[in-house]
Design a protein around this ligand. Structure first.
Ligand SMILES: NC(=O)c1ccc[n+]([C@@H]2O[C@H](COP(=O)([O-])OP(=O)(O)OC[C@H]3O[C@@H](n4cnc5c(N)ncnc54)[C@H](O)[C@@H]3O)[C@@H](O)[C@H]2O)c1
Length: 233
């Protein structure tokens, strides 16, 4: 299987979790050294690549096919956020966020479709609760993640019945890039805590398993209940 954005954060958590379930993981990331480190910890392989570049994605699929023997699952997780006010959001930034967060999943599915069909495999895309609700100045990121939710069901219909395609929309998942968490960060969540990479990884493992054989085109919001919390001040 392939996990993009596997060098750190949620992607590294997914790679570790899946390796623990005996999957062989190709850790793909633009950060080659980071991908090597996680591949070393998980017994997988590392592929340095930019998921927004078609030639890089085609090389990733070719390397994974030859080194792993087959491609039975892809977790399209790599993503970037570039929050900025409307007037300071350049077209270059907009294009880069859309290319990394949305176009990459299209490129991965296109390049790996034949392999995934042969393996009767599955794709999990990683969107965000920001596909459904927003703070100000999150324009490109929110748009890209809304696109991921829609691309997920379009791919599910396109690759059916051989390949299942589902989406996970995480809420706040604490990773290395977040500083120390405050008690209030946890307390505001209906479940009483901020999320962890393993919360997402466990759902990925389920969606890639045969137990999820009747699930395709779906979106799973994993956010400790935050998008269901009504707020009046
Ligand atoms: N952490 C959260 O709270 C949260 C919430 C909702 C959604 N998400 C989504 O989950 C995914 C992972 O988030 P994270 O918090 O672990 O992020 P992160 O920044 O910690 O890790 C992202 C990884 O993607 C890699 N990457 C970035 N651009 C790339 C490219 N062009 N090609 C290949 N690799 C690239 C980075 O090098 C990094 O290793 C992202 O899609 C993000 O939008 C995260």
């Amino acid at each position: 299987m392939i996990v993009t954005g596997a060098a750190r954060g949620i992607g590294a958590g997914i790679a570790r979790h899946m390796a623990g379930q005996r999957w062989r993981v190709a850790c793909a990331d633009i950060d080659g050294a980071g991908a090597e480190a996680i591949a070393g910890q998980t017994g997988g392989i590392a592929v340095q690549c930019d998921v927004a570049a078609e030639t890089d994605v085609e090389r990733l699929i070719a390397v994974a096919r030859s080194r792993l023997g087959r491609i039975d699952a892809i977790v399209s997780n790599a993503g970037i956020a570039a929050f900025a006010p409307l007037q300071q959001t350049t077209l270059e930034t907009w294009d880069r966020v859309l290319a990394t967060n949305l176009t990459a999943t299209f490129l991965l599915a296109k390049a790996a479709a034949a392999d995934l069909k042969q393996a009767r495999g599955a794709i999990v895309t990683i969107a965000s609760t920001r596909a459904h609700m927003s703070e100000p100045d999150t324009l490109a990121y929110s748009a890209s993640k809304g696109g991921v939710v829609a691309l997920t069901h379009a791919l599910a219909m396109t690759l059916a019945p051989d390949v299942r395609v589902n989406c996970i929309s995480p809420g706040w998942i604490a990773t290395e890039k977040h500083g120390p968490l405050k008690p209030g960060d946890h307390a505001q969540h209906p479940v009483g805590r901020v999320g962890r990479p393993d919360d997402i990884a466990a759902a990925v493992a389920f969606l890639l398993s045969e137990q999820a054989g009747f699930i395709t085109g779906a979106e799973f919001i994993i956010d400790g209940g935050m998008t269901r919390k009504m707020i009046y001040t």
